[in-house]
Design a binder for this molecule. Sequence first.
Ligand SMILES: [Zn+2]
Length: 296
Amino acid sequence: MRKIKTVAITGGTHGNELTGVYLIKKFFKNPDLVKRSNFETLFMHTNLGAMKQCTRYVDKDLNRTFVTQDLADPSRCTYEDILAKNLNEKLGPKGSKNPHVDFIVDLHSTTSDMGLSIIIDNDSPLVWKLAAYLSVHEPKLHIFRWKGDTAEVSFVNSIAPNGFAIEVGPIPQGVLRADLFFETETLVQKILDFFEKYNNNTLETLPKEIEIYNHIKLVDFPRDKKGEIKAAVHPNLQDHGYIKVQKGDPLFIDLEGRVIYYEEEADVYALFINEAAYYEKGFAMCFAEKKTIKVS
Ligand SMILES: [Zn+2]
């Protein structure tokens, strides 16, 4: 078993998601909080420009900028392109057998009712072992297997061989919300405890199966011919993360009050419902299936 040498906790990747911004500030003031006996913990703000403006990004979404080919392309030089290249050098490089960090936990919040969630985009056995550990130690946690909105996973965490994002909500953009701040901090502590036990070979027996939400597809708003949104998320779904949706259930309501229903046969679960930052990406929610998967 290869031991964990370095773990990075990153926040402020989206500058208006203040849970991560303030948690990293707290760690700067109290670095002992994230110290453990048998590995090094790095923590950092990843997008200071966006944090200063309190916007998601300066030029483009940093959390979609870690595409291998783009990282090596000198002609890419927006604010976030340069940040991504620097972060890749500092924490990666992406795809390396000998990266600077073994694991990245990237801190996010969402305007949708995601509760306490982790978003996993890879098949790393270590990541899934940690997910199994957290399913026992944090029963409130939702585990969401994200298949993405880009051809290659281009999240911050993708530059390390292992990692995921923590996503908590509902929290408006630019708002610090105490309850979810402390829940995120507790989750980070449990993650660090896991690595300490992992390195010491003192992990308890973990469940062989865990329940996850597995990405099926992204669902856009109904739009007119010009591409403008012509209906809002239906009130039955608003503020209800991980809600079961069956054929005939309302999904959207147009501005005249006409309801648009879910018409497919398969039952699904809706999440990331009405996330503010996804309007520009063209999706209103994500459909997932609830699934029990084996973890080794
Ligand atoms: Zn985010």
